[in-house]
Design a protein around this ligand. Sequence first.
Ligand code: HEC
Ligand code: HEC
Length: 281
Amino acid sequence: MRWLWPLLLAWASLAQAQGALERGEYLVNGLGHCGACHTPRGLWLQERSEAPLQGGWVQGWAAPAINGQALQSWSQAQLVEYLASGQAPGKAHAAGPMAEVIEQSLSRLNGADLAAIALYLRHVPGPAPAPASDGPANADLSPPRGQPRPANPEQLSAGQLFDAHCASCHRGGGRGLPALNDPEILARRASANLLMVILDGVQRGGETRMPGFAGQLTDRQAATLVNALAAPGLPALVPGDVAARRGQPPLYFRGWVLLGAAGAGLLLAVGALAWRLRRGG
Ligand code: HEC
Ligand code: HEC
């Protein structure tokens, strides 16, 4: 009967893994509502169930795809660390709405639950995200020595803007802490999120880790910085894109505006009909 024990043990660990996967599925799709941001939305703002966790938008931020393919280069430990603290060195640092999710809910889960979430995410099927955001960052942020300062501040170069606003923390060339010239970090950020970090800053764990620059940079200056920092191959931002992202209303707000407009239209139509009926009769 000695052969029975290894068999039983293997069955027990299989059952345990299956249990973790189910727990992860419940935490991601039920309790955590991860799809509210990470699943693309259709015409009526509904989550597209045929494209689970394949990447969506929220308040001007891109919520990247978080399926097995998209997270292929993350180890289980890196993923758990990101979910617990928002910081996975060399991978990503959470900002914006994701920092809030971590602060308000994920950081309160225990290690087993976070491991279950990470395990489940790595099992979600789906296509790999478009490769455009891979590859080294463009960042030429070397200090602009000897470069004459243009009379028009709109024409400051990326290096000059970086020197003026960012180098005090990120240092010349972006080598400071956190390192901005780490291609892995910058290439992973969609240029939309790069812009949002620059405009809104980074708040996490109840503290402002980086101040926002929305009040200090013009649309053109912000676009210049993003285009220098973003990975090549991403479409360049123009000042109009920056203007559109400033004060982007939350998704649910836009939903309510649409509903409100539809409701007002309906009321008008009913009113007009009643008026005509009364006049007619
Ligand atoms: C309110 C919207 C929102 C919700 C809800 C949300 N996320 Fe996110 N998530 C984001 C955004 C936006 C980013 C990008 C953050 C950034 O660039 O700093 C992100 C980034 C991530 C990343 C990093 C991916 C990468 O490639 O860098 C992971 C992993 C992740 N989220 C997991 C989750 C899980 C798991 C849940 C559910 C428990 C969840 N998110 C719920 C908005 C959200
Ligand atoms: C007061 C210090 C400070 C200044 C000034 C500052 N930053 Fe930051 N920045 C930080 C810190 C700290 C973080 C890391 C936050 C975290 O833990 O996620 C950060 C993170 C970032 C990130 C995200 C990196 C990642 O891991 O995803 C980008 C991009 C960035 N900064 C760009 C800029 C740019 C561009 C400027 C100038 C317009 C700037 N920063 C000015 C302190 C600063």
